[in-house]
Write a protein that binds this ligand. Structure first.
Ligand code: GAR
Length: 219
């Protein structure tokens, strides 16, 4: 079976992108990092990708101003130029229009730093601390036009400690993100996480360990 060609979209640091690139370096992994694309040329992750031999590109969003769809048409064209099969948002800080989401329906996934549907949007760690939740985590999901919504592929939970700072909690969640994103992409690339009726219908071969990470020691 041919490997799925990943287009990984970043806006900054790109540590989740790096986790996907590292996973894809294994020939046994079912996906290949075909392109790392940033919407700003100072995205630090671009250098990391290039150093690992992954093709990189910048489609700057700024020149398009408020015309989000015009930006996305340029983005879409660049992804197609690299024959991308699956688009992975990895800290891509742009809200996508229904047009783009429709173009890539069920081939567009995102990682979000919370247990969705809790804490959609930004500043998830500060809000989790403010609300006094005992558990926090991250979610990989198919993207829909509504922000941070869509069929859930995989989730990880981490404990919230009473004396946690925002940074400590963010670091704990990020370590879980780096594990669960490659797991989720594997399932999608293998066709074992199809969307049926707006929910992910996991293939019977999928084990609990492939879609959840619940051992805080491991995170
Ligand atoms: C990650 O924590 C990711 O979950 C989050 O941004 C960070 C990017 O870090 N994404 C969102 O908040 C999207 N709503 P990274 O650039 O090191 O992967």
């Amino acid at each position: 079976m041919s490997r799925a060609r990943l287009g990984i979209l970043i806006s900054g640091r790109g540590s989740n992108m790096a986790a996907l690139v590292a996973a894809a370096a294994d020939p046994a992994y079912p996906a290949d990092a075909a392109l790392v694309l940033a919407n700003r040329d100072d995205a630090a992750g671009l250098q990391h990708a290039a150093a690992r031999g992954v093709p990189t590109a910048v489609v700057a969003s700024k020149p398009f101003g408020k015309d989000r769809e015009a930006f996305e048409r340029a983005l879409d064209a660049r992804l197609r130029q690299s024959s991308v099969d699956l688009v992975c948002l990895a800290g891509f800080m742009r809200l996508l229009t229904p047009w783009f989401v429709g173009q890539w329906r069920d081939r567009l996934i995102n990682i979000h730093p919370s247990i969705l549907p809790a804490f959609k949007g930004l500043d998830t760690h500060a809000r989790a601390l403010a609300d006094g939740v005992r558990w926090h985590g991250c979610t990989v999901h198919y993207v829909r036009a509504e922000m941070d919504a869509g069929p859930i592929i995989a989730q990880a939970v981490v404990p919230v400690h009473p004396d946690d700072t925002e940074q400590q909690l963010a670091d704990r969640v990020l370590a879980a993100e780096h594990r669960i994103y490659p797991m989720a992409v594997r399932l999608v690339a293998e066709g074992r996480a199809p969307v049926i009726g707006e929910r992910v219908a996991l293939h019977p071969s999928v084990s609990v360990q492939e879609t959840t990470l619940t051992n805080p020691q491991e995170a």
